[in-house]
Structure formats: structure tokens, C-alpha cells
Design a protein around this ligand. Structure first.
Ligand code: DLZ
Length: 158
């Protein structure tokens, strides 16, 4: 708890958490694959940059973002997995599918994290257009996969 209180105000605290022995599950949706690959690579490289070992990062794919929750649960239930990072891209279409998917995933990942008492990170890019999605997958708004990995590291130091 003391560490948590010290780190609360520092985004850079991720840099001070030793993750060399931590194990990470990455769950990546295959819908909008080019985008999610970019998010996934961003997350993976960030974990390595902060000290994770390549053999301790387990990448798994699921068909679409809706399946991120079950993918997260299947990983989180393993004792040796310390944190799960979920990545997907949902782009608004003509129907309300995006609403249903995003709410279900937000709720589902929250539940999994609380059930297993582990960081389960919501790395879902939700946009109105494809261009906005690219802006968040390595474009002008950064790479949300990188941010998701930083969030996982930060929570491991909590
Ligand atoms: C069906 C669907 C649609 C329309 N759009 C997306 C999307 O933009 N992003 C995404 O990750 N997945 C989408 N899916 C697939 C659903 O997430 C899910 O895989 C299917 O409904 C099967 O459960």
C-alpha cells in the first residue's frame, strides 16, 4: 500500500516496477486485424522495454472484441499469469453493435479483474471512423497498446 500511495501521482512509476519475473497474457481480437496487430506489437515491445522476458509474454487471439472477456478469464485463472492485457478495435457502423460490444467488454473485463484480483487491462479502441482508429494505433494519438501495457505494469506496482 505504501508503494501505491507513493506512486499514485506518477505515470512514470511504471518504469520503477520490476517486471522481470512477471508473466503477461495478451488477448488480441482478430477483427480489424491490421490495427490490432499494431496495438499488440506496441504492447509487446513496451513490456520488453520495461524488463519483461519474451518467454513470459503469452499472446493469444480471439475472433472479435466480444470474445476478449472469455479470453481474459481463461488466462487470468492461471496462477502464473500476473496481468492480462486485452486489445481490440471496435468501429461504429450502421447499427448499435459497437455499443453492445463495448459495454459487454468493459463490464466483462472489470468482472474478471475483480474475480481474480489481477490487472485485466481494457485496451479497446472505440471510434467512429477507421481514420480515428489509426490515429490511436500508432498515429497522432499514440498507440493504445503501449498505454495498455503501461497500465498493466503500473497496476503490478500498486
Ligand atoms: C460482429 C462484429 C462487428 C460488427 N464489429 C466488430 C468490430 O468492429 N470489432 C470487433 O472487434 N468485433 C466486431 N464484431 C465481432 C464481435 O466482436 C464477435 O466476435 C462476434 O459477434 C461473435 O461473437
Amino acid at each position: 500500500m505504501a508503494t501505491a500511495l507513493q506512486n499514485l501521482s506518477s505515470y512514470d512509476s511504471a518504469g520503477f516496477t520490476d517486471i522481470s519475473e512477471k508473466r503477461f497474457g495478451l488477448v488480441v481480437a482478430e477483427w480489424n486485424r491490421e490495427l490490432t496487430d499494431t496495438l499488440s506489437n506496441g504492447a509487446y515491445e513496451t513490456l520488453l522495454k520495461h524488463g519483461a522476458k519474451p518467454e513470459n509474454v503469452f499472446r493469444n487471439t480471439v475472433p472479435g472484441s466480444f470474445e476478449l472477456t472469455l479470453g481474459a478469464q481463461l488466462l487470468a485463472q492461471h496462477e502464473e499469469v500476473d496481468a492480462v492485457i486485452c486489445l481490440g478495435v471496435v468501429i461504429k457502423g450502421d447499427t448499435k453493435h459497437d455499443d453492445y460490444i463495448c459495454h459487454a467488454v468493459a463490464q466483462g473485463l472489470t468482472t474478471v479483474g475483480l474475480k481474480y484480483n489481477k490487472p485485466v487491462i481494457f485496451g479497446l479502441v472505440t471510434t467512429n471512423t477507421l481514420e480515428q482508429a489509426w490515429d490511436r494505433a500508432g498515429g497522432q494519438h499514440g498507440n493504445k497498446g503501449v498505454e495498455a501495457a503501461v497500465a498493466a505494469i503500473q497496476m503490478l506496482g500498486f
